[in-house]
Design a protein around this ligand. Structure first.
Ligand SMILES: [Zn+2]
Length: 348
């Protein structure tokens, strides 16, 4: 009497698992070789940097604990996050139980949808609000997405006309990477954090302590850093990168003070959302100095009555050239527009 329902139950369960596994693999995951290089920063703490064989854009990090894995940020697409999980399996077979989004931007949170309902996705309340309220309609992502068909078209033409076999193969890879990314973006379902915080949350995993801290408005109104006090490492997303950060949703005038709060934490290594992990804390000073000057310079130009477009070309930050990747005069238009909006009280 008992056997039949049990057997049916098992078959049903297998069916559900098969469906779930199938629906999880998104379009656009194909690539040659490894998609990630894992830089082991501390015991069990890895920084995942894209190799270029798949579009991943931002870096992620992952923390291998006694019984589980915590992933910090999940890249630009469901495909990139799916491949990240595949490659993490080569390091550990422990399950990913937790994902932390440092902020809502597409290159850090567009992999969220591939995680099952039992996975906790943690982020600031602001991050949840943005992902719930159509963050993909904002200029940063719109500019990124709408440029893709043109890039694909252009690459196709270049592949067709390239005579040198090595150059042709390189272009062919770029084309494949862009096409796969575009295919995955089409399957995007914005998935907000299902656990939120406003100031601080701490996860305990055996001897590991994982602090998630909001240090004030900066890169967005809801960036968090992930701080491991025992390992003395901090994962900063785009609140602090190895170079310059995007400013489209930032509060440059408050960011400097928020970075002062970061400096108060006791760490020796930064794992940023873009660029390699680094130990040189002077980079924080350089970035603060740059940001102070961007704010002053763009404000000064605005007072002179010039347009944001003109301010973007005229703002001169070249004195920071030695410390930051700056080619010549000018700031990104999106940064100038943001500062104008803040000064006009029109930023959201
Ligand atoms: Zn980013």
């Amino acid at each position: 009497m008992m056997t039949r329902p049990v057997v049916l139950g098992v078959i049903a369960a297998m069916f559900v698992v098969a469906i779930a596994a199938q629906s999880r693999q998104p379009a656009g995951t194909s690539h040659n070789g490894k998609a990630f290089r894992f830089n082991k920063v501390k015991e069990g703490v890895y920084h995942a940097v894209g190799t270029g064989s798949l579009a991943v854009v931002g870096n992620s990090s992952f923390i291998v604990n006694d019984n589980d894995v915590i992933v910090v940020d999940d890249h630009v697409s469901p495909a990139a996050a799916w491949v990240l999980l595949e490659e993490i399996k080569e390091v550990t077979n422990k399950p990913v139980t937790t994902v932390i989004n440092t902020h809502f931007h597409f290159d850090h949170a567009h992999g969220n949808q591939i995680f099952g309902p039992t996975v906790q996705i943690i982020g600031h309340e602001f991050t949840r609000r943005m992902l719930l309220n159509n963050s993909t309609g904002m200029p940063l992502y719109q500019n990124y997405l709408t440029a893709m068909p043109g890039q694909i078209e252009d690459l196709r033409k270049r592949v067709a006309s390239e005579a040198d076999p090595a150059a042709k193969a390189k272009l062919q890879t770029q084309l494949q990477v862009t096409e796969n990314n575009y295919a995955s973006q089409k399957e995007l379902k914005l998935t907000p954090p299902n656990v939120t915080l406003t100031t601080q949350m701490t996860l305990y995993r055996g001897s590991r302590e994982i602090q998630i801290r909001y240090l004030g408005r900066g890169h967005t109104a809801g960036d968090v850093v992930v701080y491991l006090p025992n390992e003395k490492v901090v994962m900063t997303g785009d609140f602090l990168t190895s170079g310059l950060s995007n400013m489209s949703d930032s509060y440059p005038d408050e960011w400097v003070a928020s970075l002062d709060a970061l400096k108060k934490l006791d760490f020796d290594t930064v794992m940023p959302g873009h660029g390699e992990a680094f130990t040189d804390k002077a980079k924080i000073d350089y970035f603060q100095a740059y940001m102070r000057d961007v704010w002053t310079e763009v404000s000064r130009l605005k007072k002179q009555g010039v347009s944001a477009e003109e301010a973007a070309t005229r703002a001169d930050l070249t004195k920071h050239k030695g410390q930051l990747p700056i080619q010549g005069p000018g700031v990104p238009l999106i940064a100038a527009q943001r500062i104008y909006a803040l000064l006009d009280g029109k930023a959201n």
